[in-house]
Each structure stands twice: as C-alpha cells, then as structure tokens.
Design a binder for this molecule. Structure first.
Ligand code: PHE
Length: 432
C-alpha cells in the first residue's frame, strides 16, 4: 500500500518531552489490557463464591457469562462516548464524570458524583472489613492465639497498615508494591486452581437452583466492573479505536475466565462436611472463610488467604487513589486547596468508622454498590448519554465513531438491566 493511502487510526499523539525534543509515546494494548485486568480483580472475586453457592456451578456460570456480556457492551459504550467527546471537543484527556457533565449537564453530573462517592466508600468499607478479617485470622493462626481477636481489631489494623502506606508512600513506591502484589496474586491464583482442581467434587455439578441466582447478580456486577478507568485507557491509546476495542475485549475476557475457573473450583471443593458448617454470627455462609481454616488442606488455606488479601489490597490502592483524585478535583473546582492529611482523612476515616461498627458488612457493602452505584455509572449513565447524543445533529452527521452495534435496542437492554437490578434490591431491602 502506498504510504499516503494508509489510514490514520489515532486521534492524537501522546508526546513526552525528553532530551530536548518531543517523543511519541503510544500506550500499548498489552499495558492497557493489564490495567483493566488489574482493576477488575478485587473484592468482587472474594465475595463471589458465597453468593453463587446456593444456585450451583452451572447456573452461576451462565449468569457470569451474561453479566460479562453486559459489562463488555456498557464498557465499549463508555469508550465510544469518551472517544467522540474528545474528538468533537479537541481534547486529549477527560474523566468519566466530566463526560457525563458535558452530555447530561449539571443534574446528571451530580447524580453520577453521588454514585461515584457511594461506590468508592462502599468498596473501601468492604476492603477494610474483609481485608482486616483475613489479617486477624492469619495472625491468630500463625501465633496460635487462643482468644480470637474481635473483628474490629482487624478492620483497624488493615487501616493502619495500608492506610499508612497510601498516606506516606510516594506514588512510585505504591506503584512498585502494587506490581509485586499483582504478581503474588497471579501465582497464588494458579496454585489454587491446581490444588482445588485436584479435589473437585463432580457431584457439585448436579446442584442447580435457578431461583437463587438473582441474589448473585449485584455482586457479580461489582466483580466485573472496571468502567471508571475506561477514559484513561482511551487517552493512553490515543483514541485509536481498534486498539481500545481490543484492550477492553481482552481485558474483560481474561477476568471472565478467571471468575469461571475460580467459581467452579471453589464450589467444587464443597464437601457435605464443609457445607454442614455453621457460623453463628454470620448472615452469609462464606465457603472461603471455611476453606481458609484448612478444610481442604493447609496449603490450600495458605494460598487462599494470600490470594484474598492481595486481591483486596490491590483494589484498595486503586480505589483510594480514585476517591482522593475525585476530592482533589472538587477542591480545585471550588478553589479551596486541600492538603494531604485532610484529604486522606476524608477518604479513609468514614469507611473506617462504618467498618469498625459493622464488621460483617462486607457482603451488604458489595451488594449495595452493585445495585445502587455500579448500575448507575456503568448502566444508566452510558445508555442515557448515548441516547441523548443520537438525537443531536452534530453526532448524527456521519462523523460519530461507533464501537457498539445495535443502536437503540442495545441502549434499552443496558437500561432495563440496570433498572432491574435497582428495583430488585429495593424489593429485597423492604422484603416484599
Ligand atoms: N471490580 C472491582 C471493583 C471496582 C469498582 C470500581 C472501579 C474499579 C473496580 C472489585 O471487584 O473489587
């Protein structure tokens, strides 16, 4: 092909000033795929087996695939909106909330802002309580303590260890530690699959309770959510739509396979003996909590504790940064400078107090964030924005770049899915 005829795919060039000249620094598909995978794997995967256990492996596998499809479509929709806003405005970076404000105006941005803060606080509560619980269980076991520490001790310890890291740690140090944790996470995950696969109970494949499946939707949705980083991916890939599509597709397929394997292996480890366990003060029967005590072997328990703790810590790092950035943006907009101590206090103290007084809030925190904020940010908002843009002449004159097929039918599917989740949760709360 003649050089002149080559199509230019990217929207702008990412340049870095180095050695007295600008150098082109394109983001890689690989790097952005890893970013998506890293963001996706978090507390959701730890909450998953407890909510899928009642319905069984086959129904939950099908549900996981359906929710994945939903998150993939809504993720591509957010990428499409970001891409087009950048193109029409001529800017090379914009955040999710700013996109919502540009398209839906101030009221839309306010609702999204509330959903965003709710999402981050609820996740932080979940991370601190569950991360703390695993910490104390491990310490009690290693030092063979007779008195099991109260759960709030765990929540406070988690806050002191990892909150301090976030407050005092320089960005580069935190980034390095995060990278090491992700490697540990992947190695322990493989170990768990191998050990768990060896003790798979085929009888578990026969369990099929389709009516219990609804209880798992909200947590699966949180587990698969990564949408708040899509605008960053679009920027790093210079608005190059084939690369963006590829990163989002591969970046969401990898966690899907991890979830499918993990779900099958953990549910497959459930022997009748394990299932007869009963925790007096817990409202949810959590298979991971029992497996961590060594019911499927000591090695399995050790790997599971490491995997769970690091999955939570890596997400804690990302979500703490996300919320700190959000409050910093607001302080810049309102021209009121906020220094580091008040900023991190604002981010970490409210979830700490909620988690200390409700140490068993983990599952509720995940469920509520799925039903009331992920549904708004990852479902209703992108569908509304896309609908509004399809009515605007400048977007319908052929210059609009689409990543998601199906037009209005897709948007209705996204909208109905999110509304269903919200209504279902309200009915559960009021026990209709
Ligand atoms: N998927 C993440 C949750 C998450 C929400 C929002 C942004 C990024 C990540 C988890 O399971 O912990």
């Amino acid at each position: 092909m003649n050089k002149k005829e080559q199509t230019v795919t990217r929207l702008f060039s990412h340049l870095k000033f180095d050695n007295n000249k600008f150098q082109h620094q394109p983001g890689s598909v690989l790097g952005n795929t890893a970013l998506i995978v890293g963001t996706t794997i978090g507390a959701g995967i730890i909450g998953l087996p407890a909510v899928t256990l009642p319905s069984g492996i086959i129904p939950s596998t099908i549900l996981l695939i359906i929710v994945w499809l939903y998150t993939l479509i809504s993720g591509l929709l957010i990428a499409e909106l970001t891409l087009n806003v950048m193109k029409f405005e001529g800017i090379s970076h914009i955040g999710l909330l700013a996109i919502i404000e540009k398209i839906l105006g101030k009221p839309g941005a306010r609702i999204a802002g509330i959903a965003y803060v709710f999402n981050h606080y609820a996740l932080l509560v979940a991370y601190m309580t569950e991360g703390g619980k695993i910490l104390t269980t491990t310490v009690d076991k290693v030092w063979e303590l007779e008195h099991i520490s109260p759960q709030w001790v765990g929540t406070v310890s988690f806050f002191l260890v990892f909150g301090s890291l976030m407050y005092w740690g320089k960005d580069r140090l935190v980034e390095r530690i995060n990278g090491i944790f992700i490697i540990i996470l992947l190695i322990t995950f493989l170990g768990l699959l191998i050990l768990g696969g060896m003790q798979f109970q085929t009888s578990q494949l026969l369990v099929q309770n389709w009516q219990s499946i609804g209880n798992a939707i909200a947590i699966i949705y949180v587990a698969m959510f990564f949408h708040s980083i899509i605008p960053l991916v679009v920027t790093q890939l210079e608005g190059d739509s084939p690369k963006i599509r590829q990163s989002i597709l591969i970046g969401s397929v990898i966690p899907l396979f991890m979830f499918l394997a993990w779900n099958a292996v953990i549910l497959g480890c459930m022997t009748p003996d394990i299932l007869s366990h009963n925790f007096a003060n817990e409202s949810v029967f959590d298979p991971l909590q029992i497996l961590r005590t060594g019911q499927s072997g000591e090695w399995f328990a050790v790997l599971l504790s490491i995997f769970s703790e690091f999955a939570i810590v890596t997400s804690f790092i990302g979500i703490t940064y996300g919320l700190a950035d959000f409050f910093q943006d607001i302080s810049i907009l309102t021209k009121s400078e906020i220094s580091r101590l008040p900023l991190y206090s604002l981010v970490l103290l409210p979830p700490l107090s909620l988690g200390t007084f409700n140490p068993n809030i983990f599952f509720h925190a995940l469920e509520y964030t799925g039903a009331f904020s992920v549904s708004i940010l990852g479902g209703i908002m992108p569908a509304l924005m896309s609908w509004k843009q399809s009515q605007t002449p400048e977007f319908t004159n052929g210059n609009y770049q689409t990543l998601v097929p199906g037009g209005k039918i897709t948007l209705i599917f996204i909208m109905v899915g999110a509304l269903f989740l919200i209504c279902r949760q309200i009915l559960v709360i009021y026990q209709f």
